[in-house]
Design a protein around this ligand. Structure first.
Ligand code: HXC
Length: 257
């Protein structure tokens, strides 16, 4: 499929979505959101794809929601039509998604990166929630996902001051999983995605589901969910294959991938 604001490509079992609205530093307007969501859903239902990488340009992952588009909205627009409601479809994607972030990931850009399963950052990456400088607050999950990711004090610092942090600080506070030199970013992210895609896909989806449960609910409920998902793995031939491969000292050759 051809999209206007994203480029898509596949490398083996990895689907790559590249935000491509260079004139506006990948600012997220409705058209870009629709393309990202449609591309991610298309990869999600593609049996040949076992992991997705979402990336931007060298200069910007995304510089936030499109401020020009947002400027024309009213309270009534936001309450009756919502804005950016389709991002819920992005977080409903089952296939694991790795964000590969270089340059600016500000406002909605930072929030979109946090909607992915984990973030690999280039050493050039800048993260922040500058919404308060525009007279608004984060609106695509930033006040919630950032707080759960880095804790109250640090999230308050970023959301109340609107200041940006570099990749090194983002790594130190646990917002990102890895930092790599900018020229190695895509290879590193695709490498991680290839590794995920070599696993049994239903097991990878169960693993994602289990970790997300820790993010979304209580410890008790999370432990019960984990137990059920763990038991569910035993319904798969891939579970038998994985354990047989260990005994036979060979690499597992999973069926469901
Ligand atoms: C619309 C944007 C944009 C944005 C950049 N551009 N960010 N357009 N919305 N969020 C456009 C600029 O207007 C400019 O277009 C072009 O991209 C290049 O940007 P410059 O500002 O010239 O680049 P530079 O000087 O390098 O500065 C980069 C920057 C700055 C620091 C990232 O652009 C910036 O501060 N952007 C806004 C960041 C921000 O506040 N994001 C949060 C948005 S609120 P022209 O046509 O002039 O060349 C948000 C809310 C989410 O995200 C919740 C929604 C529900």
């Amino acid at each position: 499929t051809q999209y206007e604001h994203v480029l898509t490509e596949t490398r083996g079992r990895v689907g790559i979505i590249t935000l491509h609205r260079p004139k506006a530093l990948n600012a997220l307007d409705e058209a870009l959101m629709n393309d990202v969501v449609d591309a991610a859903r298309a990869f999600d239902v593609d049996a040949g794809i076992g992991a997705i990488v979402l990336t931007g340009s060298e200069r910007a992952f995304a510089a936030g929601a499109d401020i020009r588009e947002m400027a024309g909205k009213s309270f009534v627009d936001l309450t009756t039509q919502g804005i950016f409601g389709r991002w819920d479809e992005f977080t409903a994607v089952r296939t694991p998604i790795v964000a590969a972030v270089a340059g600016y990931a500000l406002g909605g850009g930072c929030e979109l990166a946090m909607m992915c399963d984990f973030i690999i950052a280039a050493d050039t990456a800048t993260f922040g929630q500058p919404e308060i400088t525009l007279g608004v607050i984060p609106g695509m999950g930033g006040s919630q996902r950032l707080t759960r990711a880095i804790g109250k004090s640090k999230a308050m610092d970023l959301v109340l001051t609107g200041r940006s942090i570099d990749a090194e600080e983002a790594d130190r506070i646990g917002l990102v999983a890895r930092v790599v030199p900018a020229d190695a970013l895509l290879d590193e992210a695709v490498g991680a995605a290839e590794r995920i895609a070599s696993m049994s896909l239903p097991v990878a989806i169960a693993a994602k589901d289990a970790v997300n449960t820790a993010f979304e609910t209580t410890l008790d409920e999370g432990l019960r969910t984990e137990r059920r998902l763990f038991a569910g793995c035993f319904a798969l031939d891939d579970r038998a294959e994985g354990m047989a491969a260990f005994s036979e000292k060979r690499r597992a050759n999973f069926t469901h991938r």
